[in-house]
Design a protein. Structure first.
Length: 198
């Protein structure tokens, strides 16, 4: 059985679900995490992610009682990641700053929802889970009366960008980050936006 489940607030998720989500996120963005701290083990990263993800708002895709995909969201008043001091506590100052450059970008409007991360378990990639999560997110955002959804996509992920374009997202800004992000596996990224007022 397949289901998409909305979650708000840490208390809603069980400890096992938080662990599953942090592992899926690490697996999906491993190269970025390794660029932040090359010597840190997968297990250590998964543990840190479990602590610094806020689980404030998101969706997860469950099949056969197992989480296979997740979409983590940021609002003007609720972020996907913990506060900067908590990130520094777990990563140290320099790695914390680098982590924030890769992963933490605030939302500017209360009428906007940001898709911070969408991640699918490696064995389930290519099976349409990302598309299901995105379609659900669009309906969720409309129901909650948000005016737009914003996201970022790196230049080395053309499949994701094409999916976003098919769903109506438009590129509003392209940013060249080559100097800082080559080790993280990308040289530029696009900020994309879906206007929900249409």
């Amino acid at each position: 059985m397949e289901t998409i489940i909305e979650f708000e607030g840490k208390q809603f998720l069980e400890d096992k679900e938080k662990s599953d989500i942090s592992e899926i996120v690490f697996d999906s963005f491993e190269q970025k995490f390794i660029a932040v701290s090359p010597k840190m083990s997968r297990e250590k990263w998964a543990g840190i992610l479990k602590e610094i993800l806020t689980y404030n708002l998101g969706l997860y895709y469950k099949k056969d009682n197992k989480i296979q995909g997740v979409a983590l969201l940021t609002l003007k008043k609720a972020s996907t990641f913990s506060s900067f001091p908590k990130i520094i506590k777990h990563l140290g100052l320099l790695k914390g700053i680098l982590f924030c450059l890769f992963f933490v970008n605030p939302v500017k409007s209360v009428k906007e929802i940001k898709l911070d991360l969408i991640a699918v378990q490696s064995l389930s990639r290519g099976s349409g889970i990302g598309g299901h999560l995105l379609n659900y997110l669009i309906e969720f955002a409309k129901k909650k009366e948000y005016e737009s959804i914003i996201l970022e996509v790196v230049d080395t992920n053309p499949k994701a960008k094409n999916l976003y374009l098919r769903l109506g997202f438009k590129t509003i800004k392209s940013i060249n980050t080559q100097l800082f992000t080559t080790k993280a596996g990308f040289k530029a990224y696009d900020i994309m936006k879906l206007d929900l007022r249409k």
